[in-house]
Design a protein around this ligand. Structure first.
Ligand code: HEM
Length: 381
């Protein structure tokens, strides 16, 4: 009685779709999307920032590994935008329950839901904005997206555990809780779920072509077209952005450090036994494009400096003036792989300045940010 007197005039929801069956049906897909994003996100993170004990064990195969995991990560994250909106629409009337807190247990449960929603919205929103390379915040995207991923995934697990009785009772159309609903609900719910599936299908079909090139023709909404760019390949970081100029690379020499250090001019490098590879640039923002590269095997350069392929790692230093990927660590597996090249040409032409002229790294199963451009120094470790 007392709570009814104190209760403000709250909205009343007559809609029949804001119920546990709809929350479970959409939640199943959202949960699956978050699980896939979490696992593929960890793969991406540890390929880019491995702890020292892992760096030399990271595998250079399969060639298409990072293309697959990061393509799936971005596609699933984009699908999660739709699923999260529908899920929050389904449960938002819960914001208006009165009294807002019934017990300590209930307060804790609501607090965990607040953390879940904040973390889920943060992950999906920052991922989406990162796709278009827009960073309107003062914190580092990678660190924040990675840390909050653990919070989001942990709070999804907690949420599923807390809601397990409702989830069990509404798991399918035939579950005990679902059967008790009025029959006419079924048609409305089917329409909502079909529309949600349709929206996920449209978002996927109009963006997945950025990594899955057989669908390149339907890639209408992805921020980057894999077909556009100098020499048939997009450029994420231009020479101008990296502070590299043609004048700056005049008289360029590759310095190779190690037990037997040496330096090579570009003509000398071109005169070494060459190698070719067809490898994709797989961008962390989700696009991937295959290209034909020619150059010199990194393992040959390392061997000549006294390194031992299979045992030696390398440190690659770029000419760029600033940037978090100016110095890159390359683990022993990548150094030893015969497909890992110091590339001098792209699709049959000398590298353009934006693609890393005079020389750049191209290696299999590796995030694009680690395919260092404007290589200036290679140190055998
Ligand atoms: C990122 C993932 C998710 C988010 C952001 C989310 C969000 C929410 C929110 C805000 C509520 C209302 C909580 C309350 O006030 O008590 C809720 C309820 C619920 N969720 Fe989730 N959820 C997620 C994943 C899931 C998953 C994976 C499932 C099940 C497979 C699920 C099933 C449910 C159920 C059954 C309810 C109760 C609905 C009711 O009693 O009317 N949710 N969810």
């Amino acid at each position: 009685m007392r709570s009814r007197i104190l209760a403000p005039r709250l909205p009343v929801f007559g809609g029949r779709l804001h119920d546990a069956r709809t929350a479970t049906a959409v939640g199943r897909w959202l949960g699956a999307a978050f699980a896939v994003c979490f696992v593929t996100g960890l793969v991406s993170h540890y390929l880019q920032h491995p702890p020292p004990w892992l760096a030399d064990a990271l595998p250079a195969r399969p060639v298409w590994g990072y293309r697959l995991t990061q393509g799936v990560h971005v596609a699933t994250g984009l699908a999660a935008v739709v699923l999260l909106l529908v899920k929050l629409w389904t449960v938002y009337p819960r914001l208006f329950v009165w009294p807002p807190v019934r017990s300590v247990r209930h307060a804790l449960e609501r607090l965990s839901v607040a953390v879940l929603v904040a973390a889920a919205v943060f992950e999906v929103f920052t991922g989406l904005i990162n796709n278009v390379q827009w960073y309107p915040w003062p914190f580092g995207f990678i660190q924040a997206h990675f840390a909050v991923a653990w919070i989001a995934f942990g709070s999804v697990l907690l949420h599923v555990a807390v809601k397990a009785p409702e989830i069990g009772a509404h798991w399918s159309r035939r579950s005990a809780g679902t059967a008790a609903l009025p029959a006419r609900d079924a048609a409305d719910r089917r329409s909502l779920l079909l529309a949600t599936g349709g929206a996920v299908g449209v978002v996927t079909l109009t963006t997945v072509g950025q990594a899955f090139t057989p669908l390149a023709a339907t890639d209408l909404l992805a921020p980057r077209s894999p077909r556009h760019g100098p020499q048939g390949l997009p450029v994420n970081r231009s020479a101008a952005a990296a502070g590299v100029t043609l004048r700056g690379v005049t008289g360029w020499r590759l310095e190779v450090g190690g037990p037997r250090p040496y330096a090579l001019t570009l003509p000398e490098l071109r005169g070494l036994p060459g190698a070719a590879a067809r490898l994709p640039i797989d961008c962390v923002e989700g696009w991937s494009v295959d290209a034909h590269w020619e150059g010199v095997r990194v393992r040959d350069l390392v061997e000549r400096a006294g390194g031992r392929p299979g045992r030696s790692a390398a440190r690659i230093v770029s000419l760029e003036a600033r940037g978090s990927y100016r110095v890159m660590h390359m683990g022993a597996e990548y150094v030893a792989d015969p497909l890992t090249l110091l590339a001098l040409t792209l699709n049959g032409e000398p590298l353009s300045l934006d693609h890393g002229h005079p020389a750049r790294i191209i290696a299999p199963n590796r995030p694009g940010v680690l395919q260092t451009k404007w290589v200036h120094r290679l140190e055998v470790l």
